[in-house]
Write a protein that binds this ligand. Structure first.
Ligand code: FES
Length: 102
């Protein structure tokens, strides 16, 4: 599927995430600063916490419920190595944040 615009760059604060719904798919999108954005599945695999309401620390998103962290590039959880979130390709095209949706 081609890349689809999901937000403007300035709509997501640095270090924060937001929830995006497009074509029946829900994804959490994060602004890591420096023009770098990431996208993951929206639900924490620990106990279904809302990852888009989490925050970034370095190259990981922290779940707001119990603090598990997930590497933005791979989706791997560092607290519980058996847990993982899906990650999706993101690019910035001008002022648009675009995701290659599954
Ligand atoms: S639900 Fe995310 S850490 Fe528990």
């Amino acid at each position: 599927m081609p890349y689809i615009k999901v937000a403007e760059v300035d709509e997501i604060g640095v270090g924060q995430g937001t929830l995006i719904e497009r074509d029946g798919v829900t994804i959490a999108v994060f602004n890591a600063g420096g023009g770098q954005f990431y996208a993951t599945s929206p639900t924490c695999p620990h106990e279904d916490g809302p990852l888009a309401e989490g925050w970034l620390e370095g190259d990981a998103v922290i779940c707001p419920w119990h603090g598990y962290d997930f590497a933005l590039a791979t989706g791997a959880c560092r607290v519980a190595p058996g847990l993982k979130v899906s990650v999706y390709p993101v690019r910035v095209n001008g002022t648009a944040v675009e995701i290659d949706l599954p």
